[in-house]
Design a binder for this molecule. Structure first.
Ligand code: AMP
Length: 213
């Protein structure tokens, strides 16, 4: 099992999609699962929405239940690339117990690092496809047709939580709740760091290298 970590806007989603293609393991993004639950109007999605829009974390038990169901699906039996999970030490511990029950473990936690001013610009310019989860940027990776996803033709939107106030809350939440997870994986000897400020190709090369060391 692979865990992709880093602050919001560092490029986890973009890199997870590339790793999915390269490794043949599914990308599992709790943010995307929560947004899909919300679009479907499920009780879980409606409950999660108020946390998400303010840039706060959805309660651990909600996210753990969601990921546990997802990892039980057939395509995740050989492993998965976790994008945006775990975000708290309690989630990391739940993941460990979930995997232990199947005689598995987290093989690598890959941490993407970047400075904060860069992530704010990345997030404000980000446009996301709600249908297939592809991510674009108005300047650095514009879609071929403005407002339309290159991959599936659906509409691209600026996520509700991609505004400056919510971004600042998400960065503060990352420092307070998610950075301790970095220490958790470091102490387990599975953490590797890659500079997320490089080009998409260079970051991807760095991640591939980190998988083998
Ligand atoms: P993301 O798409 O990873 O940026 O996630 C968007 C939002 O979904 C976050 O700001 C949280 O509100 C929620 N979320 C996603 N993953 C988690 C998680 N592992 N734990 C708690 N909340 C999460």
């Amino acid at each position: 099992m692979l865990v992709l970590m880093g602050p919001p806007g560092v490029g986890k989603g973009t890199q997870a999609a590339r790793l999915e293609a390269a490794l043949g393991l599914p990308q599992v993004s709790t943010g995307a699962l929560l947004r899909a639950a919300r679009r479907d109007g499920s009780a879980l999605g409606v409950e999660a929405a108020k946390f998400m829009d303010a840039g706060n974390l959805v309660p651990d038990e909600v996210v753990v239940a969601l990921i546990s169901r997802r990892l039980a699906e057939s395509d995740a039996q050989a492993g998965a690339i976790l994008d945006g999970f775990p975000r708290t030490v309690s989630q990391a511990e739940s993941l460990d117990s979930m995997l232990k029950a199947k005689n598995r473990s987290v093989d690598r936690a890959l941490l993407l690092t970047v400075d904060e001013t860069a992530v704010i610009d990345r997030i404000l310019g980000r446009r996301t496809c709600m249908q297939c989860n592809s991510v674009f940027h108005i300047r650095s990776k514009p879609p071929r047709v403005a407002g339309t996803c290159d991959a599936c033709g659906s509409e691209l939107i600026s996520r509700k939580d991609d505004n400056e106030e919510a971004i600042r809350t998400r960065l503060a939440t990352y420092r307070a709740s998610t950075e301790p997870v970095v220490g958790f994986y470091r102490s387990h000897g599975v953490l590797r760091e890659v500079d997320g400020g490089q080009t998409v190709d260079k970051v991807f090369e760095g991640l591939q290298g980190a998988l083998n060391h």
